[in-house]
Design a protein around this ligand. Structure first.
Ligand SMILES: Nc1ncnc2c1ncn2[C@@H]1O[C@H](COP(=O)(O)OP(=O)(O)OP(=O)(O)O)[C@@H](O)[C@H]1O
Length: 549
């Protein structure tokens, strides 16, 4: 419109880096990050991030250079989310459960220039570098981050030493364009080889604000880190805690219910997150470890379907569960099951059933639709017609790194195709039925493995469950349940099948039950492809067995 201008006074590229400077002013002496007995204030954190950026820049990190990190949820990992982009570089956080061969593949694919490694993961990193070297690939510069109490280094540069010796007066290299990359996040690899998803400063900024709003974060929240920071930048919570001047409580060692409850009480935690496996771990912990909470704790969950039964128990323990759904490609949760006060009066089981739905887009996402992937027509909002979940908006990835064909395929038709199947209910909320690869087709009927798993989780002896297709000569496929029982609990295959038949249409109930530990990714997802391989190896149910069932 005549008269409007764009200039420095009214336009700056959006970036979550801006939250840090503000936090250092507003919340300067308050705790930004705490690990064990060590606390860093917001001012210290800002100074350490600037020192980190200065050190990395001195080592030659510049615009679009990838800096890889293999570290647990530690202050260094938190700081690198700011210091790397402050140099213009791109942060690539690697999954700490990857083996050396996968780490070497990702280092090579990302062309990381610098590789920061917490010393507890030193052996994996060194093996990965040896693999790169023997393949003749160029090696990134290795920097060690000493794990607490560890002496660390074998002559490599060390993170704390670099911060101490970094030249002062570093000038932040703000993004020239808000669409510049800020991070490179590899997908979980649940269904295939991990893909490198590019996040922009703009997308990260918008998603960070959506995260703060979706999680109902007050100012100065206390956030307990159980979600790995390497996963979608901790669902953008690293930057959201800076926006709100929060305190990040880090945990050393593995996540156990005892430590989680102790940290909640000691630090008066207000917000946390966790995959459904973390929720399941909390509700199934011995009563002696479940401490009364100092107040309601908001916990966001997602990444896999949370069983309604677990949601109901979390409510009883004093947690308000916020259920979100998303992909690495959407910076983490993209939809959430926004809660309505009129649902408060419903019976607990009904509340849990409603909360298990994946909901509606968060405020920064333009839309989520359930579509026929061929015609692109939206399915009716009847709660029954299944289609593919598709998303669009400013918090969808920039693309897959060095894979234009996969990017074009994923966004074909102007929507991000999730590969998930779902329905839309008459009230507009979506509900996932399955990943397209996981749906079971038996006698021409589609069976949602999520629905069968929800029934299994209702059995008092069941701790964990996953359902996959077993090939069948007659039906094509039949549902095969892999079940982990609670400590000391007992149940037989016939009991579990009978329990499901009372709650599900007969064709949906598992025909086979295998008692086993379920293989998980480090982001808490069951690796169903491994279970599918086992079910495939079993072959078809014998004719006799089939008619008995
Ligand atoms: N709330 C949820 N309920 C059910 N499933 C969910 C939920 N949130 C996420 N998911 C599942 O997780 C997927 C996204 O996971 P992520 O981006 O971490 O990588 P991945 O898809 O597991 O790995 P890869 O693409 O490498 O196989 C979604 O497509 C969906 O299948």
């Amino acid at each position: 419109m005549e008269g409007s201008v764009q200039c420095d006074a009214n336009y700056a590229p959006l970036t979550p880096l801006s939250f840090l400077e503000r936090a250092a002013i507003v919340y300067g002496t308050r705790t930004a990050v705490v690990i064990g007995e060590r606390e860093y204030s917001w001012r210290e954190t800002r100074d350490r991030c600037l020192a980190g950026a200065s050190a990395l820049a001195r080592l030659g990190v510049g615009r679009r250079d990838v800096v890889a990190v293999l570290a647990a949820n530690t202050p260094a990992m938190y700081e690198l989310h700011f210091s790397v982009p402050m140099t213009g570089g791109v942060l690539c956080t690697l999954n700490t459960r990857h083996d050396a061969s996968m780490v070497s593949v990702l280092l090579r694919h990302s062309e990381a220039r610098v590789f920061l490694v917490e010393s507890q993961f030193g052996a994996v990193a060194r093996d990965a570098l040896a693999m790169l070297s023997s393949a003749g690939a160029s090696l990134p510069l290795l920097i060690t981050i000493a794990t607490d109490g560890d002496e660390g280094t074998d002559g490599e540069p060390e993170y704390e030493a670099l911060l101490r010796t970094a030249p002062g007066g570093f000038e932040i290299r703000w993004p020239a364009d808000e669409r510049d990359p800020i991070s490179l996040n590899y997908t979980s690899g649940t269904t295939s080889r991990p893909k490198g998803v590019i996040y922009s400063h703009r997308g990260a900024y918008l998603n960070t604000l959506a995260t703060a709003l979706s999680n109902e974060m007050p100012t100065m929240p206390v956030y307990l880190w159980t979600v790995p920071m390497f996963h979608c930048n901790g669902w953008c919570m690293v930057w959201a805690t800076a926006a709100q001047g929060g305190t990040s409580v880090c945990m050393t060692g593995s996540v156990s219910p005892k430590v989680v409850f102790e940290k909640i009480v000691r630090h008066r935690v207000t917000n946390m997150g966790g995959a459904p496996t973390v929720l399941s771990m909390l509700v199934n912990a011995p009563a002696s470890e479940q401490m009364p909470l100092p107040g309601r704790v908001l916990i966001s969950t997602g990444g896999a379907p949370p069983p309604p039964h677990v949601l109901a128990k979390m409510d009883e323990l004093g947690f308000n569960v916020i259920h979100g759904y998303g992909l690495t490609e959407t910076y983490g949760p993209a939809t959430l099951c926004v809660w309505k006060p009129e649902w408060d009066a419903l019976p607990a089981a009904e509340r849990a059933r409603i909360r298990a739905r994946q909901g509606v887009p968060h405020v920064m996402l333009d839309g989520v639709e359930i579509k026929d992937p061929v015609t692109m027509a939206s399915v009716p909002s009847d709660g029954h017609t299944v289609g593919e979940v598709m998303l669009r908006g400013n918090t969808v990835m920039s693309g897959y790194y060095k894979d234009a064909a996969a990017t074009a395929e994923a966004m074909r038709g102007g929507w991000l195709r999730s590969g998930d199947l779902g329905v839309r209910h008459p009230d507009g909320y979506i509900q996932l039925k399955d990943r397209s690869k996981d749906i079971i087709i038996s006698g021409g009927e589609n069976i949602s493995s999520i629905e069968v798993e929800s029934a299994l989780f209702g059995h008092p002896a069941v701790l964990d469950a996953a359902v996959v297709a077993r090939p069948d000569d007659h039906w094509g496929e039949t549902p095969c349940a892999f079940v982990t029982l609670k400590d000391g609990a007992k149940a037989t295959e016939a009991e579990i099948v009978g329990f499901c038949r009372e709650r599900l249409p007969r064709y949906m109930a598992p025909r086979t039950v295998v008692f086993a530990e379920l293989p998980k990714t480090s982001t808490g997802k069951t690796q169903k492809y491994l279970l599918r391989e086992k079910a495939r190896a079993m072959g078809s149910l014998p004719k006799q067995g089939r008619s008995k069932l």
